[in-house]
Design a protein. Structure first.
Length: 559
């Protein structure tokens, strides 16, 4: 029996996916299945169900479709689908703690090289291959292809934000470049007709209406630990707090709804609907918790949601947006001489720009693992994207210079360790490194800090949450001085802990300090004891003191 393309297309429009699967699999012989039919077969399987079994089955269909017709539109579309499904499978396996084989990336990149010229002409294909480069930690190519999208469409806000954000991981961008591209972002954000927007009223509320906006109030996201701090102890007679969500909700989201009854989710609202919803609530101060990261919806802030708009916590740099009034920082993170490279007015908190809420588990002092192991174990649980070539070079030099030393690495985001492994292998230190799978259970994640003697910070994009975690667990962090807010997070953290000796001047000093500490075992023991004893009394975890500073600063803005 012959089945015409029009017949299958009609069934597809009627969403009869199971019927299409049955026809293509059972009523068309293998030798007669063309690329278009195989591609449709894979798509229908995915639309029916996204179980791992279905994803794998669809992946085979897409691969066969591409290999059968490499130069037709059907074949090329199948290749794009093959790559996307491969990355969907990678994400599923990552969440389960399963390492995706290197061959998966090698195969995709082989096909990409075959059709590179075609990929570079089509925006949707560029976006597909960027997914691969992100997970394979090839950030140079991520940045290169994001720039290609911007060159094709300079009003693509998502690409501009991502381009700025991914350059945080590279050292060849100074603050002047961040400032320049943030201004380009500002120029391309849309302004909506004023007659479609509700007015922002000048009428004073009985209390200061303070709101937070985030797409990241979800399980284990770093920002939740810092936001919780300012919700624990504030003057409820002075402040009314609102929370605007822009994300799918989970158990963590529900907990925050208990902290803040006045919570609304604007994820499914249009920009104008979201702006009017928020403006109707008469917000005095709106705090953005994302900057250019995450699903930020900066166009809402460009059109102004509240009388005063503040950037804090989730992204430590300028947004470039002329309607973002303030950026919360501290004296260690942005110097007075640099304020002109940030669009926002800088609010300097006395000690540190942010304070961690800590954890509910019992805190215990742990002896340095080197006592039992008889060798030094370094560790970094930062996002693997932060481990650039300069970091790899510094860590490799340390491992070579410190006999029998080890380095434990654990990813905090969906990323493969293959490319990093290859780079460490070329440095001759791969046998000294232990790559741990992503750990789902949070207490088990914290327990991993008990395996390391000294935490090594990344640069230029320092650890923030991981450094707070490490210190809470009593593990000192060696960091390096930076050149802007993002790259000085580690410096501010250690200064507020009174541990200036763990702030390196440059890469050579960073390496020398790590080697020196490794030779002075008593120094490590004393540092660990100091970190454990000082941590909770320091500005890093003193929630009451931080809240007082934070809300006093907001009152000054309001007044």
């Amino acid at each position: 029996m012959q089945f015409k393309g029009e017949d299958l297309k009609k069934l597809f429009e009627e969403k009869k996916y199971s019927e299409i699967i049955n026809i293509i699999e059972n009523k068309i012989s293998d030798q007669n299945k063309n690329s278009g039919q195989l591609n449709m077969l894979g798509v229908c399987k995915l639309l029916n169900d996204t179980t791992k079994e279905n994803l794998n089955s669809a992946k085979k269909d897409f691969k066969r479709a591409y290999l059968q017709e490499k130069n037709t539109n059907d074949g090329l579309l199948a290749l794009k689908n093959f790559i996307n499904v491969s990355m969907d499978l990678f994400d599923k396996d990552f969440r389960l703690g399963i390492e995706t084989s290197k061959e998966v990336f090698d195969e995709i990149l082989l096909y990409f090289d075959e059709k590179k010229e075609y990929f570079e002409e089509k925006e949707s294909f560029i976006r597909t291959i960027i997914r691969v480069f992100k997970r394979n930690l090839d950030l140079d190519n991520v940045i290169f292809y994001l720039k290609k999208i911007i060159d094709m469409n300079n009003k693509d806000i998502g690409a501009i934000c991502a381009y700025i954000y991914f350059n945080c991981y590279r050292r060849n961008w100074d603050q002047k470049k961040f400032f320049k591209f943030s201004q380009i972002l500002n120029q391309n954000l849309p302004l909506y007709p004023s007659d479609k927007l509700n007015n922002i009223t000048d009428i004073k509320n009985k209390k200061i209406n303070l709101a937070f906006f985030s797409s990241d109030i979800r399980s284990r996201h770093a920002v939740t630990f810092f936001l919780k701090t300012v919700l624990i102890d504030y003057d409820k007679d002075k402040f009314e707090i609102f929370l605007y969500l822009n994300n799918k909700e989970d158990e963590t989201t529900k907990k925050f709804k208990n902290y803040i009854p006045k919570t609304k989710n604007v994820m499914n609202l249009s920009d104008i609907e979201a702006i009017n919803t928020i403006r109707n609530d008469k917000i005095d101060i709106m705090i953005n918790l994302m900057g250019v990261s995450s699903e930020n919806r900066l166009q809402l802030f460009k059109n102004r949601l509240a009388k005063k708009q503040v950037l804090w916590c989730g992204y430590n740099n300028t947004t470039g947006i002329d309607q973002m009034d303030y950026l919360i920082s501290d004296k260690n993170s942005i110097f007075e001489s640099e304020k002109n490279l940030y669009t926002e007015k800088i609010i300097y908190l006395k000690d540190i720009w942010s304070c961690h809420s800590g954890f509910s588990r019992k805190r215990e002092f742990n002896e340095a693992p080197m006592i039992k192991n008889e060798y030094i174990t370094f560790g970094s649980f930062n996002n693997f994207r932060k481990i650039n070539d300069e970091v790899i070079n510094a860590w490799s030099t340390i491992l070579k210079q410190v006999p029998n030393s080890k380095l434990i690495l654990t990813p905090s985001d969906t990323a493969s360790s293959h490319l990093i492994s290859d780079k460490f292998d070329k440095k001759g230190v791969l046998n000294s490194i232990k790559f741990q799978s992503h750990i789902k259970n949070f207490n088990e994640h914290l327990d991993q800090y008990n395996k390391i003697d000294i935490a090594l910070d990344t640069f230029p994009y320092n650890g923030v949450t991981t450094s707070f975690e490490s210190i809470w667990m009593g593990v000192p962090v060696l960091t390096i001085k930076g050149y802007n807010f993002i790259s000085r997070a580690g410096e501010s953290i250690n200064k507020n802990l009174g541990l200036d000796q763990l702030i390196a001047e440059n890469e050579n000093d960073y390496i020398e300090k790590a080697i020196f500490l490794s030779m002075e075992k008593n120094k490590i023991l004393n540092l660990r004891k100091t970190v454990y004893e000082k941590a909770l009394e320091s500005p890093l975890f003193d929630k009451k003191k931080f809240c007082n500073e934070f809300f006093t600063s907001l009152e000054e803005i309001y007044n």
